[in-house]
Ligand binder design. Sequence first.
Ligand code: HEM
Length: 494
Amino acid sequence: MAVLNDLLDAARGLSTTSLIFGLVGLFLLRTVYAAIRSPLSSVPGPLLSRWTDLHVRIKLLSGSKARYVHSLHEKYGPIVRLGPNEVDVSDVNGAREIHKVRSKYLKDPNFYVGGNVRSLFSAIDPVFHAQRKRTLDRCFAEASMVDFEPAVLEKLHLVITQMQEDMKSKGCTDILHWWTLFAMDVIGDLCFGESFHMLETGKKTEYAEDIAVIGSLLPLRGAFPTLIWAAGYTPFFPRFKNVGATRQRIVAYGIQRTQKYLQLVEDGGARRTLFSSLVNKGNLRNAELSEQDLTIESQSYITAGTDTTAITLTYLIYSVCGNKDIHRKLVQELKALPADFNHRHLRDLPYLNRVIEETLRLYGAASGAIPRVVPQEGGTLAGHYIPGGAIVSTQSYSVHRDSKIFPNPEKFDPSRWETPSNEAKNAFMPFGLGPRTCIGLNLARMELRLCTAMFFRAFPTAKLSTKFGMSDSDMEPQINFLVMPKGHRCLIEV
Ligand code: HEM
């Protein structure tokens, strides 16, 4: 107390300017001390990362963070420091330690929508997550896929017809546009028992546009969360001001569609959905899942299952069209399928599945960092002690480009999956790892197989178009959390 009084007396005697200089000096001293004494100071990385992560945030904004972090791994090794409290690990054992069963490395609440939405995707609490996963696992099980195949095939016939129409009328078709409408119509159908009918109109609905707007703000929100929050309270940035209203519209629409679906079930007219086994006569059988939970889960599947599937498919077709030999082999294998082929014929088709694995390795749509918080007691990763509370990320972008595991890693080479090494299988994480692995992966794989097969059967001579100025530079991947072609389009012609 006496010390405090002495300090206050001393402060009274100072001018405002000296006080400000003093405080800034103290702040700098504290920052320098923290940087030198931080247990993270043994982790290699750029000097700047000891003081700030601003450079990484700026890279996130420009869509080049994953590439930048990868370049750091190439320079410094399997673990790199990204900021005063953040590291990235691209070591397979480290990644497996972070994402193992019963791991104490939990999702970073600042990254996963504030951690305030109790959906499978954004849940932080492992007990809640395990319970929700137990309820939902069977809805997404491999054995359930046969029930969803008719809905997928129906949309697939529609999308191929629309692409054919485009090719006739414009000489080319934007596959990114069509696969986005396709993937969202499929997941809408599987959540609400009725699609959004965007494939019929060729246009996004207001709901789809709203989701895209919120998605487009994610990098900004990730890089400068406080600034974006504050900008919403000023009159200068209408885009941020409207975010609240956009979110409300998304929620209201989800509620309305869930209620309509439950009514359809009650009336006996609902199609098979992901939730069919949980709903009986319009009521949820499972007491763990309320009507509100159903709305929240549907919303998150629509967000998590649309762009991921559409972008992966787009890069698959782009990569195949860019290599004559791969193109020929794939088309040849698909030619041998019966006219009325289905998913059963594709599940173990060797070359098709190798092409899919290789696309997921190089262009898996969610190849950016998936951040976790280090548990209170700290942990050792890639030989370095990381203190509790630090953020530790893994990005499949880097793990999938480890040249010791995947020689010539930038080469799109499906043959590397012919007899993959155990190291390659262990390092493969396009759908994440451990208990937080993508729950939609069986659905995604079924869509990837059916769409690729149907596309190259319909367009065996497909190639990248040069119409409307389209070029390879449009396809340069920009990676925030999701990958996105720089030009936001992929024009294909026959
Ligand atoms: C090619 C397509 C897809 C890719 C590459 C992909 C990738 C991923 C990745 C990497 C994660 C882990 C994220 C993390 O740990 O932060 C994830 C989680 C998740 N994905 Fe997917 N995904 C795809 C398709 C889908 C589909 C079609 C759905 C839904 C129908 C879906 C729903 C989810 C959900 C709900 C989670 C959270 C799981 C949990 O935390 O337990 N995904 N996905």
